[in-house]
Design a protein around this ligand. Structure first.
Ligand SMILES: Nc1ncnc2c1ncn2[C@@H]1O[C@H](COP(=O)(O)OP(=O)(O)OP(=O)(O)O)[C@@H](O)[C@H]1O
Length: 283
């Protein structure tokens, strides 16, 4: 008997999913699987639900939602040896796209039934894990505006990006240490990715691999009017055509703020305020 738990985020994506214990019972036979379904009720609740499932001796825990839900479930699973399953029900579904997990519910269930697992790298930003990507500067500002809107869709994401372009103002200079080199920059964007998809099929790091033991880092300096060119190239999936686009591969990047006491970051598409002037991003 395999004890499999499903942790569902009811508001992810369009918020209209048909996942229920009865529905899952059509695919997971009672003689082979014992199913438990849990519904997340608020932000970060999936972490406590996962911890509870670990205590209940679940053998597979399936995150049913988008990158934010996967982050909450997977963060509790790191180093437990318990298998993570994914049913992509989010808006962007970046990590599921990279792992080639189909968006169609029945097909995603089919992947879990095959019981084939792959190990993936896990990134860290100070005390928080990330599985897909993390970002600072413009990237965090977009997520802030995206979270403030009621809907989760590509259109909302584009609107949040345009609003961030309008509001964006120069940040204080920061120091970045990467691959033994220190640089003082005033970046428009710092993006660190484990995955080759950001969500909605877009990517700033198409060559990133979840299994190569490396983080792919993109640093874009202040662009003034060229921000619009960058936005366009992003939509065309060719951001590397921008001359100011710098890409690195590393196991670690350190960021220090000379003035100010905290950093605003996005971690797997969720906003996080880091109350420290120093950020260490590692694998
Ligand atoms: N019942 C709930 N009510 C409100 N928010 C919730 C609830 N359950 C979970 N959340 C929060 O919803 C947020 C969004 O979840 P998630 O990232 O899975 O969906 P998404 O944004 O639609 O997908 P993606 O990140 O792939 O674009 C997460 O921060 C999560 O903590």
């Amino acid at each position: 008997m395999i004890h499999i738990h499903f942790i569902i985020n009811p508001i992810s994506g369009s918020g209209k999913n048909k996942l229920s214990e009865a529905f899952l019972g059509n695919y997971f036979s009672k003689d082979k699987y014992s199913i438990t379904v849990k519904i997340s009720e608020y932000k970060r609740y999936a972490i406590s639900l996962t911890e509870e499932s670990i205590r209940e001796k679940a053998e597979v825990i399936v995150a049913c939602g988008g990158d934010g839900t996967i982050n909450e479930v997977a963060s509790a699973l790191v180093n437990t040896g318990i298998l993570l399953g994914i049913i992509p029900m989010g808006s962007g579904n970046g990590l599921a796209s990279n792992l080639k997990i189909p968006k169609k519910l029945e097909k995603a269930i089919g992947v879990i039934l095959k019981n084939k697992s792959v190990p993936i790298d896990v990134g860290r930003v100070n005390d928080s894990y990330f599985f897909s990507n993390t970002g600072f500067g413009f990237d965090a500002s977009v997520i802030k505006n995206y979270e403030a809107s009621q809907r989760r869709s590509l259109l909302t994401y584009v609107k949040a990006s345009l609003q961030s372009f309008k509001e964006y103002h120069r940040q204080d200079e920061i120091v970045i240490e990467i691959n033994g080199t220190t640089q003082m920059v005033n970046p428009f964007l710092i993006f660190v990715s484990n995955s080759n998809v950001m969500g909605y099929g877009m990517s700033l790091t198409p060559k990133a691999s979840l299994q190569d033991g490396l983080l792919n880092v993109v640093i874009v300096p202040q662009l003034a009017w060229k921000m619009l060119v960058f936005g366009l190239l992003m939509l065309l999936k060719k951001p590397e055509f921008l001359l100011e686009f710098h890409c690195y591969q590393t196991k670690r990047i350190d960021i220090f703020r000379k003035t100010g006491t905290d950093f605003q970051a996005q971690i797997d598409g969720e906003l996080l305020c880091i109350s420290s002037p120093r950020v260490f991003i590692t694998l």
